[in-house]
Write a protein that binds this ligand. Structure first.
Ligand code: PLP
Length: 368
């Protein structure tokens, strides 16, 4: 009999447990006749702002719009320099170039794969930056207090990309999105808080900034048919998706805890000199992805595949080497980022993975 494959993630299992609740919420929206910017969106925005510990939440159509409209709300325009990391699948870089801005790539820390505070300090000293985007990659809080502190001193606004880190918190309990000037989220189905389709949001404390973001997500309207703000578009969250997210938000902390427990079991029980792991983590990590490193990645992937275990690469090509840029960043080198792109490997980690499956992954890694 062929062995059952351990998947990297299973949305089918994830949704199965709450299917009844989701169906009821969807039916309520269908019967209400209110489908865009209605009561569910308003309620979800209030609930999610409260969850993040900030004043405002402005929901949007997806996480990429959330990033781009945040930069527009901060006034980023042609030729403005914006610092980003290059190991996070192009999302923030795309947002910068969409505004006509110039990405300034900052290298990352080898162990955590998040922005290196020393590298940011060097970039701030070398040139004027108009904004910094900090990505809380894999569900791990970056060294956000240090990074924000540096930017405050330089008068540079900070956008936190929290698309993989819903609920990640510092030791004093501050959540991802509550440190910088703006926090952006994606609710793509595979995220820690994921809708049944696309969705996104921005959180912030400043009321004027929230007003601008609300205008930008709806054509730049200050009121109906008055296009007050340039750079606007249609980027609204649907009532049905807001309804789905309202069912799921109360479950997020439990899901994150299970993800972290799985990740920490890997960190404590995989012992193999050829596989490097991050140390067991606390609430600063919400286990969006469990990413190990090995210089023998192809061999490990095929070993795992033979053991019936799926693995993935997050992410194989650094932003400055993406084909769309041609030779534009040929002179840019980011040693840590480039090494990580060649060595990272993602192991199965999701709330519904069974203890037996986790053990199979551990055994297979130890037998490599
Ligand atoms: C998923 C993701 C995004 C983009 O979100 P979409 O909703 O897919 O547009 C942005 N940043 C990071 C780090 C992500 O993981």
């Amino acid at each position: 009999m062929p062995i059952e494959v351990v998947p990297v993630n299973s949305l089918r299992r994830h949704i199965e447990a709450i299917e009844g609740q989701l169906t009821d919420a969807a039916n309520e929206v269908i019967r209400s006749g209110y489908f865009v910017l209605g009561p569910n969106v308003k309620a979800f925005e209030a609930e999610f702002a409260g969850y993040c510990g900030v004043e405002h939440c402005v929901s949007m159509a997806n996480g990429t719009d959330a990033l781009e409209l945040s930069l527009r709300a901060l006034g980023i325009r042609e030729h403005d320099r914006v610092a980003v990391v290059a190991n996070a699948a192009m999302y923030s870089t795309t947002a910068v170039t969409a505004c006509g801005g110039e990405p300034v790539f900052i290298d990352v820390l080898a162990d955590e794969a998040t922005m290196d505070p020393a590298a940011l300090a060097a970039a701030l000293a070398a040139q004027p930056l108009k904004a910094v985007v900090v990505t809380h990659l894999y569900g791990r809080l970056a060294h956000i207090q240090d990074l924000v502190e540096q930017c405050r001193r330089a008068g540079v606004p900070v956008v936190e990309d929290c698309a993989q880190a819903h609920g990640a918190a510092s030791v004093d309990g501050r959540k991802a999105g509550a440190f910088g000037d703006i926090g952006t989220f994606s609710f793509y189905p595979t995220k820690n808080l994921g809708a049944l389709g696309d969705g996104g949001a921005v959180v912030c404390r400043d009321t004027a900034l929230a007003d601008r973001l609300r205008q930008l997500r709806q054509y730049g309207w200050s009121q109906k048919y008055t296009n007050a703000l340039a750079g606007g578009r249609n980027s609204r969250l649907d009532e049905i998706q807001a309804g789905m997210l309202r069912c799921m938000l109360p479950l997020l902390d439990g899901w994150n805890e299970r993800r972290r427990a799985v990740a920490n079991r890997y960190s404590a029980n995989i012992h193999n000199g050829r596989i490097a792991l991050s140390a067991p983590a606390g609430q600063e990590y919400v286990g969006h992805l469990y990413v190990a490193r090995t210089s023998e990645r192809a061999a490990l992937q095929s070993h795992l595949q033979q053991a019936g275990i799926q693995s993935e690469i997050h992410y194989p090509i650094p932003d400055h080497r993406q084909p769309c840029f041609g030779e534009r960043f040929l002179a840019t080198t980011l040693p840590v980022t480039e090494t990580l792109c060649e060595t990272v490997i993602t192991l199965p980690c999701f709330p519904e993975i069974t203890d037996e499956e986790v053990q199979r992954v551990i055994d297979a890694c130890n037998q490599f």
